[in-house]
Design a protein around this ligand. Structure first.
Ligand code: CUA
Length: 334
């Protein structure tokens, strides 16, 4: 992920190609982008015509009868005007109908993927993070991770969407349209990436305080790279290799961290917060909010509220040495 150095105010004008419906990374998004451009050009022409007519009406010479009381004439029949208005109404209806048909056609095409041989991913929305679970008929091969979703290019991915609290919405503009995650109403969406790359997503339904920071990252990659990544995620977390990491491991398993998080291969098995088994291999922290660097990780553990007010994670008052060791340990979990 590219971390932008634009001043905050300029973000309004900075174009991010990794989160844009007009930079499609798959066939579905290509169709949506195509439809968008058709609407754009048709509406631009209509807008120009309307302005043209308005301008010509404004510039018409008016009869000024100074000093006289206005005279109200009986309405005149203007056959020319009636014809113009009728033609405009018919044209408007025809244009709207043509756009409706094109829209229907696009909708039909983007939902025509087949889920045969698809990668199955269960995506659960939480306030304010995404739980990601790669399905497998064999339970021991199921992979749980969070906020970063690797997918193979050229293969359909079937997302089963669910929410445990409020309504969220799954939206990765470079790949597909939006789909809501409604508590108690699981649904599915199929998508396929054709071009490798990192695509940013965003929760697209207001879901509370940190809605704006409920991001996600899709890493679309070659099938062999994807399989290698998935295999690595299936493994237990690596055992601590250094003295400091060993100390950090002990800090983790003996503190309140284990009340919420899982690290596979340790005693930590809670599922209230994101699975941390391979957190060292992730690109971002706090649901796509910050780059996964040592500083942000330490700051996040010590005082998450200062970075993401309202987050459910409590602060952790650790001695500096313990915090340092904990960061060493978490960074080693590749
Ligand atoms: Cu989740 Cu907005």
């Amino acid at each position: 992920m590219t971390v932008s150095h634009w001043p905050a105010a300029l973000h309004l004008f900075a174009y991010d190609a990794t989160q844009s419906a007009l930079n499609p990374g798959g066939a579905q998004a290509t169709r949506i982008a195509h439809l968008w451009w058709i609407f754009f050009w048709v509406l631009l022409v209509i807008f120009a015509l309307v302005l043209l007519f308005l301008l010509s009406a404004l510039l018409r010479r008016r009869v000024v009868n100074e000093g006289l009381e206005p005279v109200i004439d009986p309405p005149k029949e203007e056959p020319g005007l009636t014809a113009v208005v009728s033609t405009a109404v018919v044209l408007t209806v025809l244009v709207l109908f043509a756009l409706l048909v094109r829209d229907f056609f696009t909708g039909n095409k983007i939902y025509s993927l087949s889920d045969a041989g698809a990668v199955g991913i269960k995506l659960t929305g939480h306030q304010w993070w995404w739980e990601v679970q790669y399905q497998d008929p064999e339970p021991s091969r199921i992979v749980t991770t969070a906020n970063e979703i690797h997918i193979p290019i050229g293969r359909v991915v079937k997302f089963e969407l669910a929410s445990t609290d409020v309504i969220h919405s799954f939206w990765v503009p470079n790949l597909h349209g939006k789909r809501d995650l409604v508590p108690g109403h699981p649904t599915t969406v199929l998508l396929k990436a054709d071009r490798a790359g990192e695509y940013r997503g965003q929760c697209a339904e207001f879901c509370g305080f940190q809605h704006a920071h409920m991001r996600l990252l899709i890493v679309a990659e070659k099938p062999e790279r994807f399989e290698a990544w998935l295999d690595a995620q299936r493994q237990d977390s690596p055992a601590p290799a250094t003295e400091s990491a060993r100390l950090g491991h002990d800090v983790f398993v003996s503190s309140q961290c284990v009340m919420c998080h899982t690290i596979a291969g340790t005693g930590a098995r809670a599922t209230l917060g994101p699975d941390l088994s391979h957190i060292g291999s992730r690109i971002t922290l706090a649901t796509g909010s910050f780059p996964n660097t040592r500083g942000y990780l330490a700051g996040w553990i010590a005082n998450p509220q200062s970075l993401k007010p309202g987050v459910l994670m409590p602060p952790n008052e650790l001695a500096p040495d313990a915090l340092n060791a904990l960061v060493d340990y978490l960074e080693s979990l590749k």
